[in-house]
Design a protein around this ligand. Sequence first.
Ligand code: SAH
Length: 457
Amino acid sequence: MTKRKPPVEKNETIDVVFEDLTHEFSGVAKVEGYPIFVPKALPGEKATIKITKVNKNFAFGRLMEIHEVSPERQEVVSEDFAQFGGCQLQHMTYEGQLKAKHEQVKNAITRIGNIKDTVIHPVIGMENPWHYRNKMQVPVGMKDGKFIAGFYRERSHEIVDMNTSLIQSEDINEVFQAVKELCIRFHIQPYNEEKHNGVLRHIMLRSGQNTGEVMICFITKTKKLPNEEMLVQEITKRFPNVKSITHNVNSKRTNVIFGEETRVIHGSEYIHDTIGDIKFAISTRSFYQVNPTQTKVLYDKALEYAQLTGEETVMDAYCGIGTITLFLAQKAKKVYGVEIVPEAIDDAIRNVALNGITNVEFAVGEAEKVIPAWYEEDIKADTLVVDPPRKGCDEALLKTIIDMKPKRVVYVSCNPATLARDLRILEDGGYKTEQIQPVDMFPHTTHVECVVELTLR
Ligand code: SAH
């Protein structure tokens, strides 16, 4: 084999045409077949770039000047948000983002999964893709003697101050600004990470989109939250919808946000929200989907693909606090949910009671151990739903699915690459990938969620 020298050098300035996007949405241009990855460049664009790093098989570059601008490019609303605030795709129109996400799913399914005969629907986007998040978690600090709260600069612990967020819901933005002002007024000292002194480390806010209830949690290094009564009084006077204020103590030197202890200092331990007809109680530490509008879209699709008649035994693997489980229970004979985090199952059981549902059962454990054990006991699923974390399903679970032969499998995925890998295994085990519905749960970020319908051949 002949060793080829890369055709570009570090710091060189060259003109290129972009052909494609990487899975991280950087532009890809080629020089003599050698790929160069350039953040924020778009397919079709002609530009001058500067080479920033050269590797054997690829290089990185930086945009210097764009000569032919893609119709999918748009003005960035906020550079800070583009860089650190979770809006990396702001330079693309929303239409362009959805198209690019579709392309990304298609690439993974055809290239990694080698599945060519399935339907990949256009990505379901949001009518208004801003202010969609129901949860905010901000670090607090001091800059030039001023109290600041916002987000970390990329790969650093420097805090960028923020007043309102482009992606948080308006009610959270409003309460956040007031809380910030009140912390200053009541002299609550920010925590200093370097010196490991001071008081307030993080502020967490969460809202129920359909109930309007808001939760605030103050996370401090100290056992005490100074001027607590005044703070609570002012907040609740201004915002009667704040139904839960908690205080969490984290006195360790750590990047982990929460400490062990949480106590309620106003109202309830929970706020509520609904998705469709199901009501959820959400506590400070509970996991809950952050985009409620699109969560409904996603779960409705999962339910549609499950095609339940009321006669089925269903298993919901990686069930979290039982959100999908309860959705399925409305239409099934019996649903079994399994999840590895015990606290999530505590929440799930509470949510079952809250909704008066009687046909579900939960187990704490690894899906890849619990489901094979159920199968051993002759508990079999007619329909199986999986919603694994980014790394996808464990092979042992996929093997059990193939042995158990549920008629339908609904795969909810937050990572097209591991989804494609797992679909290949299921296809080889006798399943057909009928259709894939991508849903945009996180506009302006590089993430895309998919719901997949599989049937036994
Ligand atoms: N279906 C839920 C949660 C999906 S997130 C919802 O829609 O809200 C994925 C979940 O899988 C997390 O709750 C995580 O704790 C859980 N998990 C991770 N590894 C697991 C495993 N091996 N077995 C069971 N659950 C697991």
